[in-house]
Design a protein around this ligand. Structure first.
Ligand code: GLU
Length: 308
């Protein structure tokens, strides 16, 4: 049985790019008679909000992109992640890392694009107790070997990476004891019966390291499809942070069938941005039609977006 998944991070309302990936995940699974699993990726307690998770689920329902199965939220799976970390520790594959984000930045030449912050002096006034507390829990890094990992992406074709040179040892547990995304996503997809992962092309470069983790944990890897990014006319990616065309705004102005038709047209599934239901799209969907290139969203060219 084919099983795809929605794996939203509830750190904001979905934007069109999120819906684009989710729609393709749904269409791929449904066109093969498969199912969709929903997993709320609320690993990061400082960024995740229940209200966003609720809004995202409501947006999926409104769009007619219904899921068949709900997996446990990542925030409830600490025990599973700890168990896997213990396994990696036993095999001598991880080591504690005491570097702070600032120290890591200090090791590389400053670039204007770093987003470097002026340090506010927070640690200057810590009490000895606070210092002891902070020193207690280091992050854990996974040792990445000198090995090339190759795979064939369903949309982007062949992709290869030399783990130690192109990626470097990755954090698998943060200093605040939260499992890192790369570990959690592998454990979840690998144990929740997911057979295909459809997600944004920005995660293509994470896939080789995830394939390596699948191997370490003895889990079967799914098939991957990395779909194009939606770009604003100035070339930047649509993102939650910019509040670009998020579903809160779009739901006021468009019908769900109009949004799906517009996205399907951008993807290459429909020749025109006609109004269409998710079910209707599933009957004409095929990966052969889907473009692998990023898509620039010109608001004026899309009749449905005019005036937004
Ligand atoms: N939770 C991630 C996101 O919303 C998706 C991770 C994945 O698809 O592997 O960006």
């Amino acid at each position: 049985m084919v099983a795809g998944r929605f794996a939203p991070s509830p750190s904001g309302r979905m934007h069109l790019g999120n819906v684009f990936s989710a729609m393709l995940a749904w269409l791929s699974a449904k066109s093969q008679g498969g199912e969709i699993l929903l997993r709320i990726e609320d690993l990061d307690p400082s960024r995740s909000k229940t209200e966003y998770a609720e809004a995202i689920m409501d947006d999926f329902r409104w769009l007619g992109l219904l899921w068949d199965r709900r997996a446990e939220n990542q925030s409830c799976r600490g025990q599973v992640y700890r168990e896997a970390l213990r396994l990696l520790e036993e095999k001598g594959l991880v080591y504690p890392c005491y570097c702070s984000r600032d120290q890591l930045h200090a090791a590389s030449a400053p670039h204007a694009s770093d987003g470097r912050l002026i340090y506010a002096g927070t640690c200057r006034s810590l009490t000895p107790e606070q210092r002891a507390e902070k020193a207690k829990q280091p992050a854990l890094r996974l040792i990445l070997p000198h090995r090339e990992i190759r795979f064939t992406d369903g949309l982007q074709g062949d992709y290869a990476m030399v783990l130690d040179e192109d990626m470097g040892d990755i954090i698998v547990r943060r200093a605040d004891d939260v499992a890192a995304y790369q570990l959690a996503v592998v454990l979840d997809d690998g144990t929740e019966g997911v057979t295909e992962v459809v997600r944004g092309r920005d995660l293509l470069s994470s896939t080789p390291v995830q394939l390596y983790i699948y191997e370490l944990l003895g889990l079967k890897a799914p098939k991957f499809y990395h779909v194009p990014m939606l770009l604003a006319p100035d070339g930047r990616r649509l993102s939650k942070r910019d509040g670009d065309l998020d579903l809160g705004v779009l739901r006021e102005k468009m019908k769900p069938e109009e949004i799906l038709g517009m996205l399907a047209n951008w993807a290459g599934i429909l020749d025109h941005p006609e109004s269409v239901s998710a079910k209707e799209l599933a009957s004409v969907f095929s990966w052969d039609k889907v473009s692998s290139k990023d898509i620039t969203v010109h608001e004026k060219e899309s009749p449905f977006l005019r005036g937004i």
